[in-house]
Design a protein around this ligand. Structure first.
Ligand code: PLP
Length: 350
């Protein structure tokens, strides 16, 4: 007997590169190119160092109330965590305990499979169609739960709320989690459906549309019953996941609607330009609805373009996975960053 037999060995999620220092153009992990609202900085400055000697509010009431007011729901319908990754992991632990497999798309957020493996949850990956769409009919079978992003990642394809409702109607006995990490970039949220469907949980993040990836704030909205179960699981694990700074920053970010609209619209405008500019350079891909594009070049392999951009200090995301290994996922940056991208691509493809 050796202690190594009893060590848990898992396949971890591999995040995109985070180059430290040096001047790079970072279009590889879907962060927002703009800083957070100035109200966030003021809120952080207002935190008294003396308050840091005390634990934060375990109920996170301030942030949950701010989100509840924003979405027109009750505080008991909101769960907050250390980024959506923490919120989703808690949701998997709370809701996915059936012997039946949970279902998610084969091309999707890679963390779902990692959590399922780590938590011993059986799962089945449902192939997207040839044009990368999620087919609602494929989810009309017995299952232990369903999870998918809308818009999907890394495809950037959006489905309408009527599609979500169809999945919910087909699965009244399963929990359906809709991961809306990118919904603010042009989609309609399914949050209003939580009043009608007690099996729906919608998650969103502050990392993308609210420019707070470095602060780690995410949340879920559902029925008071579902949220209550998630709070109990969290309180059996770590009562103080959210620190005072993250809570204050989150509240300030939700309350600055004007800044949110301005930066979100800027990203959408730059994305619309990018579709045209990349097309001129010989790329095509699905119509994007997130803060990134999913594109392939007519003649030059994605892997080669990825490597040559990296040599020039421009980071995009490349997945060497079946079906998508000739695509690049490019985060929408500022207009200036995108101009540098187009110039570099022009040289590489010449
Ligand atoms: C970015 C992302 C998340 C996680 O966001 P965090 O709040 O930063 O943990 C979850 N799901 C999808 C699809 C994402 O792209």
């Amino acid at each position: 007997m050796n202690f190594r037999e009893y060590i848990r060995k898992v396949e971890p999620y591999v995040p995109g590169e985070q180059p430290q220092g040096g001047r790079v153009i970072k279009l590889n992990t879907n962060e927002n190119p703009y800083p957070p609202s100035p109200a966030v900085q003021r809120a952080i400055e207002d935190i008294s160092p003396d308050s840091l000697k005390l634990y934060p509010d375990p109920d996170c009431s301030g942030l949950r109330q701010a989100l509840a007011a924003h979405f027109g729901v009750k505080e008991e319908q909101v769960f907050v965590g250390v980024g959506t990754d923490d919120v989703l992991a808690m949701a998997f632990m709370t809701f996915f305990n059936s012997d039946q497999p949970i279902l998610f798309p084969d091309i999707s957020y890679a963390f779902y499979e990692v959590w399922a493996n780590m938590l011993g949850i059986p799962f089945r990956k449902i192939p997207l169609s040839d044009d990368f769409r999620i087919c609602a009919g494929d989810y009309a079978c017995e299952n232990g739960g369903i999870v998918f992003p809308n818009p999907n990642a890394p495809t950037s394809i959006l489905e309408p709320v009527s599609f979500i409702e169809k999945i919910l109607c087909q699965n009244r006995d399963s929990i359906v989690i809709v991961d809306e990490a990118y919904i603010d970039f042009g989609g309609e949220s399914a949050i209003p459906l939580v009043e009608k469907y007690d099996n729906l949980l919608v998650t969103q993040t502050f990392s993308k549309s609210r420019s707070l990836a470095g602060m780690r704030v995410g949340f879920a909205v559902g029925s008071p019953e579902l949220i209550g179960y998630m709070m109990s699981v969290r309180n059996s694990y770590n009562s103080y996941t959210m620190n005072r700074t993250a809570l204050a920053a989150g509240i300030a970010a939700v309350q600055d609607q004007e800044y949110f609209d301005r930066t979100r619209n800027a990203v959408i405008r730059t994305r619309e330009q990018a579709v045209l500019r990349l097309k001129e350079l010989g790329f095509d891909g699905p119509e994007p609805a997130a803060n990134f594009l999913f594109v392939r070049h007519q003649t030059v392999p994605a892997k080669e373009i990825f490597g040559k951009l990296k040599e020039r200090g421009i980071f995009v995301r490349y997945f060497s996975k079946p079906r998508i290994d000739n695509y690049l996922r490019i985060t929408v940056g500022t207009d200036e960053e995108m101009e540098e991208l187009y110039a570099a691509l022009g040289e590489i493809l010449a």
